[in-house]
Design a binder for this molecule. Structure first.
Ligand code: ZN
Ligand code: ZN
Ligand code: ZN
Ligand code: ZN
Length: 385
């Protein structure tokens, strides 16, 4: 068997050294020293390699999550280092179970990525004509969450370690389980979806809730949207801006990354009373172009005064549209705006300092940009994951 000392030895020995303890593998393992573990779904294997931890892989009796097994015909090869480092990583994550895993004392499907710690507890949900089980849904969610996280990181010059902790994302098929998690972990006496902002962010929802309707696309879209709010609440500094006069930025961004990934917005999570909202079918380019032509009066003074929970239905779309303008035309302003709002600074001052214009000038520039660049037809929304 292969030992962990090779990890250390590997750093100082080159593969050309004849008595290399790493080994050269054999013909059978194509000189890798390892073989791919056969216990895993071939379609999911590439996805397994993209995540830091998957509880389903971790439960594999042959590889314990390494996805590789030692070649039995030789003394090992270069891929044994990969095998060992994966095993160490899996051991580390397995040793710190998520709070709901401890609460329920039963195995839950858990996937950990650079930015997120995902728990899914369902039988199956629909995705177009397919059905996804918890494992498949968790991997699909991991992909989309990380795609949105990468966009956000690029905008804000952020790295995973710029958030205080990974954002915890939990979905439950059983409303009773969701309620118990709300009550006993998040300390909320509510049946509704709930998000905890700040130092150790989390969101929990029931997959059968209105708007999610046990559909994979809705659930993952919801996760991407909420993930943005939650990351904002601890990016660079722990401070939630949704309760300050920065609702447009908090909500606009959450809609923006959701739309960027799915070409459609379906989540209005801030105010539970807003659960029935579905402004213009969640496709907002054409709607906003029309809206701005119809509403010539200044929209920003009112919009910029709102907290996240007080935005009206169409203001969600206006906030998205304004964020779209800043993210596209003034991307360097995003980080100072976020940090300024965390400091409770006024939009008036932040716009002057980082957009180089007054609120009135910003409104004019934004309106012109929308009129000149928005398409006549909305981009086609994704129909499934
Ligand atoms: Zn071999
Ligand atoms: Zn997996
Ligand atoms: Zn395995
Ligand atoms: Zn939201």
């Amino acid at each position: 068997m292969f030992a962990t000392y090779v990890l250390v030895a590997a750093a100082s020995l080159s593969a050309q050294v004849p008595d290399n303890p790493i080994g050269h593998g054999c013909e059978y393992c194509e000189n890798r020293g390892t073989e791919i573990c056969e216990n895993h779904d071939k379609d999911l294997l590439p996805l397994e390699e993209q995540v830091l931890f998957c509880s389903v892989s971790a439960a594999c009796k042959k590889c314990a999550g390494a996805l590789l097994v030692d070649c039995v015909r030789c003394n090992g090869g270069p891929d044994n280092i990969l095998l060992e480092s994966r095993l160490l990583r899996y051991e580390r994550f397995a040793a710190s179970p998520a709070a709901p895993e401890k609460l329920f004392d039963r195995p839950l499907t858990r996937i950990i990525t650079e930015h997120y710690d995902i728990l899914i507890d369902i039988d199956t949900v629909k995705d177009g004509t397919r059905k996804l089980n918890a494992h498949e849904l968790a991997h699909a969610m991991a992909i989309e969450l990380e795609a949105a996280a990468a966009l956000l990181n690029e905008h804000f010059g952020a790295k995973p370690q710029d958030c205080s902790k990974r954002t915890r994302i939990w979905y439950w098929a059983n409303p009773k389980d969701h309620k118990r998690v709300n009550l006993e972990i998040l300390e909320q006496n509510s049946d509704m979806g709930f998000s905890l902002y700040g130092v150790n962010p989390a969101t929990s929802a029931c997959t059968a809730a209105k708007g999610l309707d046990s559909k994979a696309l809705n659930i993952v879209s919801n996760a991407v949207h909420k993930g943005t709010h939650l990351r904002f609440s601890n990016l660079f500094r722990v401070e939630w801006i949704g309760n300050k006069k920065a609702g447009w930025f908090d909500v606009g961004a959450a809609h923006w990354y959701e739309d960027k990934v799915f070409q459609r917005v379906s989540t209005y999570c801030i105010d539970e009373a807003n659960n029935d909202l579905d402004y213009e079918g969640g496709r907002w380019h054409v709607a906003m172009r029309r809206y701005l032509l119809k509403h010539k009066e200044g929209l920003l003074p009112d919009l910029l005064a709102q907290i996240s929970g007080t935005l009206k239905e169409e203001q969600h779309a206006v906030a998205w549209c304004l964020y779209d303008w800043v993210a596209t035309v003034h991307p360097k302003a995003l980080k100072p705006l976020l940090m300024g709002y965390k400091d409770r600074k006024e939009s008036r001052d932040l716009f002057r300092d980082f957009l180089g214009m007054s609120v009135l000038e910003a409104e004019q520039a934004w309106r012109i940009w929308v009129a000149e660049t928005y398409p006549i037809k909305d981009p086609k929304p994704r129909k499934n994951l």
